[in-house]
Design a binder for this molecule. Sequence first.
Ligand code: SF4
Length: 339
Amino acid sequence: MSNEATPISGNIEPLMDGHGRPINDLRVSVTDLCNLRCQYCMPAEGVEWLSHDSILDFEEITRLIRVFISLGISTVRLTGGEPLVRRDFPTLAGMIGKLGLDDLSITTNGFYLERDADALVAAGIRRFNVSLDTLTRERYAEITRRDVFDRVIAGLGALEKFDNIGTIKTNAVAMRGFTEQDVLAFAEFARKRPYQVRFIEYMPLGGGDDWRAEEVLTGAEIRELIEQRYPLVPVIVDPHATARVWRFADGVGEVGFINPVSEPFCGSCDRIRMTADGKLRTCLFSLYETDLREPLRAGASDDELRKVIRDAVWRKELKHQIGDAGFRKPERPMSSIGG
Ligand code: SF4
């Protein structure tokens, strides 16, 4: 089985869902394991982990991504759990980096970034999103249940030496009663460091059943807090991008707002996901999954796998239903779906 990228051959229609949206972005969770225990994501004792046998190996992940590319997927984001806890992750990234994607990126909690930065960039990863919910060590230890703030900051620093990667992005989950006191510090951080600091509205995806709409600190509210000190101007971004980006009016730095609750962006969604155990999820909030691992291990051809994927994508959900009467949270926890 060659690793050569399979370009869309003349007769392969690019992926499209039943709502007319082209699908070209794939999020791949390479493990459900994580070395942190963020309060909004999982309990202190962790969750029931996927069995080792159920996890796709490097060849399986690479082959499936090659099949997705043959259907028009052009960008891949590698996630977890925490992707860098998967042994030899840079090797896997290198195998995927050879497949001819337009863009390969990663979402990480940054703990192993200082150790792996060189290998990740050498493997072909060009965009880095680092989870960072606060800028104080004590509050970081409180929310992640791990006192490793300095490692994450050092990891971010390790990325600054590269001139061949995109803007380094940090992601803070925005929760009422927690994030407000960090907002101005994050604004200063975005002005001092070459990072785009983003705030992601808190979503009902964690391990517990305690999400409440009133706990969501909206992007608009955070922007208002920042603008009390620093005027912001909107930046035009790719319509498929999930973040609304604003630049400080004096030109020093950028902040972004990902508002799936208050300003859903499902209409232009071009994303699908694959879990570490080989399940295709057509939406972050999907209540059903399509198994790719079983046909793969049963010897399915690329054409057969393409048919399974295409049929599943055609049934992709129009939008999430957060706030709707019938909303049900996915059974699979966020830690096993990926960022
Ligand atoms: S909630 Fe689902 S449909 Fe909406 S943007 Fe996210 S993945 Fe796409």
